[in-house]
Design a protein around this ligand. Structure first.
Ligand code: THU
Length: 149
């Protein structure tokens, strides 16, 4: 990872801070579990998302997918990393929230699993970083359909 994608300590802090801001927009009247995400695009821009729930439950969209779909719908399809913060309603982050399986699958569609980093945080100074490969070993992705695996 280089250039805009280099995960410096400052960039990690900025990403987590953006995810924390996005979490404030969480629409989660049913689960009362608030999630925010901040996606670092290859062009350096940060696209955020929050979870958006629905009275019919299944239309609920996770914060990570909100960020990905916002970015892709604006023409951005190359990404370096995502920061995720999730915890029960309130200002305190009480846990490291890792992306659900569906969000991991969406990440695999657009990201190189060995390079894309997932950051989950309790604060800007307290976080864990994993590759998408760590979270999604032996996943099924575009390479399967293109005959590359
Ligand atoms: N949620 C996310 O936003 N991201 C995840 O990766 C896991 C779950 C949301 C969906 C729902 O609004 C709430 O958290 C509880 O599942």
């Amino acid at each position: 990872m280089d250039g805009a994608g280099e995960l410096t300590a400052d960039r990690i802090r900025a990403l987590i801070g953006s995810a924390m801001e996005a979490r404030k927009k969480s629409y989660s009247p049913y689960s009362h579990y608030q999630v925010g995400a901040a996606l670092l695009c290859a062009d350096g821009r940060i696209v955020t998302g929050c979870n958006i729930e629905n009275a019919a439950y299944t239309p609920t969209n996770c914060a990570e997918r909100t960020a990905f779909f916002k970015a892709v719908s604006e023409g951005v399809t190359a990404f370096w990393a995502i920061a995720v913060v999730g915890s029960p309603e309130g200002n305190v982050l009480t846990q490291y929230a890792f992306p659900c399986g569906v969000c991991r699958q969406v990440m695999l569609e657009f990201c190189d699993p060995d390079r894309f980093r997932v950051i989950t945080a309790k604060s800007v100074d307290d976080y864990r970083i994993m590759t998408l490969r760590d979270l999604m070993p032996e996943g099924f992705g575009p390479d399967n359909l293109e005959g590359k695996v």
